[in-house]
Design a protein around this ligand. Structure first.
Ligand SMILES: *[C@@H]1O[C@H](CO)[C@@H](O)[C@H](O)[C@H]1NC(C)=O
Ligand SMILES: *[C@@H]1O[C@H](CO)[C@@H](O)[C@H](O)[C@H]1NC(C)=O
Ligand SMILES: *[C@@H]1O[C@H](CO)[C@@H](O)[C@H](O)[C@H]1NC(C)=O
Ligand SMILES: *[C@@H]1O[C@H](CO)[C@@H](O)[C@H](O)[C@H]1NC(C)=O
Length: 186
């Protein structure tokens, strides 16, 4: 997310200069409305927030990419002028987990559907039914909804020194989203 923000700032300035605008908010709005949706996550930031997710398909845990809905709105308050923002839905309890040692977690799901927000270290997620993996590091906000009532779960290899914040969804309901191509999250 932070990388996106930096490149977006650069983009704001470029666009603003190109369009002769001195207002960053206007420049962003102009860019957003004149641009096609990006073809890959390496394209300039888009109008939507994309989050990697561990979803469930046909009773099996699968890696997914979620486009959070609705689209970004552009901040107008001076404290957040020109920023892109979106609600992450209603949540309940939050927790903190630290891994002092390397840990190859066996097949498991979350205690309840939640976000896992990576602060430090690394977590490599793998699946029993696909060779694909999700590589998580500082800044990753992973959606995890493959709980034990709907799936056998996934495997996670944690690196010593990893720490995460878990944030559970209120009533286990994840934020409104659309499942889109993996490339948006890679
Ligand atoms: C939301 O963004 C997507 C692409 O990022 C775009 O196709 C869609 O038209 C946008 N929706 C609205 C309501 O602006
Ligand atoms: C969050 O909760 C409020 C109040 O119950 C509800 O109106 C709103 O639709 C919920 N938002 C989401 C994204 O579920
Ligand atoms: C597990 O996921 C199912 C399907 O989304 C949901 O109905 C259920 O409430 C979830 N359970 C927990 C504990 O999150
Ligand atoms: C996770 O760690 C186990 C045990 O070291 C290893 O066998 C497995 O290949 C690792 N998985 C991934 C995806 O790196």
């Amino acid at each position: 997310m932070r990388l996106w923000s930096y490149s977006l700032l650069a983009l704001h300035s470029l666009t603003a200069a190109a369009l002769g605008m001195d207002n960053v908010g206007e420049a962003v709005a102009a860019w957003l409305h004149s641009s096609d949706p990006p073809q890959a996550a390496s394209s300039p930031p888009s109008t939507r927030l994309y989050l990697p997710a561990i979803g469930v398909k046909d009773g099996k845990s699968v890696p997914e990419c979620w486009a959070i809905q609705p689209n970004f709105t552009i901040g107008t308050d001076p404290s957040i002028l020109g920023t892109l923002g979106v609600s992450l839905g209603n949540v309940s309890t939050a927790g903190y987990i630290y891994f002092p040692d390397d840990n190859a977690a066996p097949l498991h799901g979350p205690g309840a559907n939640q976000y896992v927000i990576f602060l430090t270290g690394r977590g490599v997620i793998s699946f029993p039914d696909t060779k694909e993996t999700i590589d998580c590091g500082p800044g990753t906000n992973l959606v995890v909804v493959d709980n034990s009532t709907v799936s056998q779960g996934h495997l996670t290899n944690w690196t010593a020194g990893s720490s995460v914040i878990t944030v559970r969804f209120k009533d286990t309901i994840p934020p409104p989203h659309e499942v889109v191509a993996r490339s948006f999250c890679d």
